[in-house]
Write a protein that binds this ligand. Sequence first.
Ligand SMILES: Cc1cc2nc3c(=O)[nH]c(=O)nc-3n(C[C@H](O)[C@H](O)[C@H](O)COP(=O)(O)OP(=O)(O)OC[C@H]3O[C@@H](n4cnc5c(N)ncnc54)[C@H](O)[C@@H]3O)c2cc1C
Length: 456
Amino acid sequence: MSELETLLRSKIKGQLLFAKEIETKYLTDFVGARVGTADAYVKALDEEDVKNTLVIANSTRTPVVVRGAGTNLTGSTIPEGGIVLDVSGMNRILNLDEETLTVTVEAGVLLKDLIEYVEARGYLYAPDPAEKNASIGGNVSTNAGGMRAVKYGVTRNYVLALDMYKIDGTKVHLGATTYKYSTGLNLQQLLVGSEGTLGVITKIVLKLLPLPEFTLNAVLAYDSLATGIKNVNVIFNSHLDPTAIEFVEKKVIALGEKFLNKQFPCQEAKSYLIVTLDGNKESVYERFEKLKNVVKANGAIDVIPLDDENVAKDIWAVRGAIARAVNASGMWEPVDIVVPINRITDFVSYVDTVTTSGGPRIVAFGHAGDGNVHLCVLKDDIADDLWPKVLHETMEKLYRKSYELGGVISGEHGVGKGKRDFLLQNMTSEQRDLMVGVKKAFDPNNLLNPHSGYAL
Ligand SMILES: Cc1cc2nc3c(=O)[nH]c(=O)nc-3n(C[C@H](O)[C@H](O)[C@H](O)COP(=O)(O)OP(=O)(O)OC[C@H]3O[C@@H](n4cnc5c(N)ncnc54)[C@H](O)[C@@H]3O)c2cc1C
């Protein structure tokens, strides 16, 4: 028995697996195209398990990959040896405080369970990433975005405080249950989006909002993607206060339709915007009438309000199924470039030229209201031995273009393994030095997710 195994067996109460016993599902990400290796898998039962795992990892200089629900699309939970520390079993909702409008959860709570819990009590947890089986710890660690970012912001905007463990096993509480915080460096926010490279988050205090009285979704149909995207600015400048504005081309929606056997309205359209409005019922309908007039005057061929809750659910289900449909159809690379909202059309047109000039097929859809363009680069029948080169060249072109347009390589999924080289290439040495300095302050021996993100 190795020293690592002996130490873990003597201290850990939760499930333990070693080397070949570790199932593949714990060694990969959602895409599953790449599978790593690990010496040990620890399913932490509680904070003591987290602390003891880290103390052992630190003393034996063993790398640790933290794992929530494993739904990331970036390879960030693919280990290269060492320990996989799974915190998904720490999944209790600890307290909903109606006086401070906050909810305190353990990191492994699933987004879908949190949503159900708070909505049943009249509250809204506003961040809305499409994958509801992700954990809140994972959402915080990737600063997950989602559909409602246009009005409500992203996960970062709802994290007030958290508990984390450093690699030496020290517990640190960061932030406070307050809506404002100008008290030294905002360390709790530094953990947001850190992809398991700074510490292990075990508990989080999240801000809640009162549940809006009424929500209305509408599908806006267009005869081209460009006209649809141009309408985003029109909608913003009409002061309609949209909650979400998603764009999707007909050819892309067809993938979700086929996958779920459900249909989008206005089949003759070439592209759609899906717009959500929420608030007081009267004001929502007033804004909807204004929306209808304004977009019809700007090229929309149809505007369909989704008054029936079940139809609205179907529409969002089809939109939400695109990534799953692509995943089921073969090998692909997920991309979530973000550009300034006035450059979405330029970026999507460029994507088309990458394909038409001999590149792979690329499917584009995304969050039109915040410039976050989701691409699926599809392998199709490109030979296995050519695919890594084709993919690398394609990604270089796409990332270069995103920077040229004032964007960055990830709006919400994070860097992980997949985008690491591109991030390192596109950082200035000053930015890199600062990131390395922060990493060293938290994790001097580079043991936490050392192969992911900016960690060096
Ligand atoms: C179909 C589909 C749709 C998606 N849609 C969206 C979307 O709309 N918006 C969006 O932002 N993302 C989306 N994602 C990506 C994914 O769901 C998010 O990145 C999510 O936040 C990952 O959470 P997780 O619990 O699965 O984390 P994991 O995949 O387990 O881990 C992700 C990263 O966080 C780290 N981590 C996890 N838990 C902790 C912890 N407790 N402490 C420290 N580090 C930790 C891991 O080490 C890793 O680096 C989608 C994914 C799929 C499959």
